[in-house]
Write a protein that binds this ligand. Structure first.
Ligand code: P6P
Length: 325
């Protein structure tokens, strides 16, 4: 019989060989895999049931909520909120954190997530994803729960994403390498399919919305032109998790620079850039805001945006050389 390793077993083992913290983190991830399996089932049946389209309300970002955004958010809130070790949940869909009245000894973790990134692509059957990041609550003497939520990305204890595509793949790290699990629909479980993944040092692709090129700050256009004129191919899906997952597997560089419309960048620091930057660095890549390392940014607000450039060592070192004056 084929031996299978679930996310819960793997994270517990990775984390100091089934230490209490490892088992607790594994239990947390069990809540995450449950919710993402529920989301996957909804996405798979989207064309057959009435879950396409707008929910008819705006989220805190002022964006039209898709029905599946609301469903995904509720699935994650319910599955993770039921885990006794969760002190707070932060979602792109909610203005404020959802907190639980749990003692600092029990409520040890904060999970921030983008429940369904790229959801506007669902109606045209393009890959979408769930992105998550886990922080440990600070000891009372070091900070409040609010301050525990606004820790820099270097303090993440776990992070990852689920990409809902031809297959559904969960990728995570706890700082002990990057590992991938594929949802096996015949048994309804994510099973280990790749360990210690490494991003190629150099890749064949650059990935950016070139329609914004005319409004990028100085240096970006020259850098992208240098890629275009030295044999790179352009790949841009417009769904962050899909563009990132390809960059992790094939190498190259993804960029969302500052634009005239979004001078501080479009993507969110806490639940998009930080988790993907943690994964990228653990896989041997780099992640930059255009003026420094993403993971070292001290967050000011839970929905704060940042310019986000991430990819292979070769392309990112060339980027830093071109942009960091
Ligand atoms: P643009 C999707 O709406 C999203 O939030 C990310 O998934 C994606 O990378 C980005 O926006 C695409 O933005 O401005 O190129 O359409």
């Amino acid at each position: 019989m084929a031996k299978i390793t679930t996310v819960q077993q793997h994270i517990a083992k990775q984390h100091e060989e089934f230490s209490e913290e490892g088992v607790t983190l594994g239990w947390l991830m069990g809540g995450l895999t449950l919710a993402t399996k529920m989301i996957e089932a909804k996405i798979r049946s989207a064309g057959l049931t009435d879950v396409y389209g707008a929910f008819g309300a705006e989220n805190v970002q002022g964006e039209q909520q898709q029905k599946l955004d609301v469903y995904a958010n509720e699935a994650l809130m319910d599955s993770l909120g039921a885990r006794g070790s969760v002190a707070a949940l932060v979602s792109e869909e909610d203005e404020a954190p959802v907190t639980f009245d749990r003692t600092i000894e029990k409520g040890k973790y904060i999970i921030v997530f983008d429940p369904l990134d790229g959801s506007s692509n669902i109606d045209v059957n393009v890959n979408v994803g769930t992105i998550f990041s886990v922080h440990q609550r600070l000891p009372a003497a070091e900070g409040t729960l609010a301050e525990s939520i606004l820790q820099p990305g270097t303090k993440q204890v776990a992070a990852g994403y689920v990409v809902y595509g031809p297959s559904t793949v969960l990728v995570y790290t706890t700082g002990h390498g990057v590992h991938a699990f594929t949802l096996d629909p015949t048994i309804g479980a994510f099973v280990l399919t790749a360990e210690h993944m490494k991003m190629p040092d150099k890749g064949p692709y650059y990935s950016v919305n070139e329609a914004n090129a005319g409004t990028w700050p100085e240096g970006y256009e020259a850098y992208v032109t240098s890629l275009r004129t030295t044999g790179y191919s352009s790949r841009y899906i417009g769904s962050l998790v899909a563009d990132f997952h390809r960059t992790l597997l094939k190498g190259g560089v993804f960029l969302y620079p500052p634009t005239k419309k979004q001078p501080g960048g479009k993507l969110r620091l806490l639940y998009e850039a930080n988790p993907l930057a943690f994964i990228a660095e653990q896989a041997g890549g780099l992640a930059s805001s255009g003026s420094g390392r993403i993971l070292e940014i001290k967050p000011e607000g839970i929905h704060q945006r940042t310019p986000f450039m991430v990819g292979s060592k070769s392309e990112m070192e060339a980027f830093q050389k071109a942009l960091y004056k």
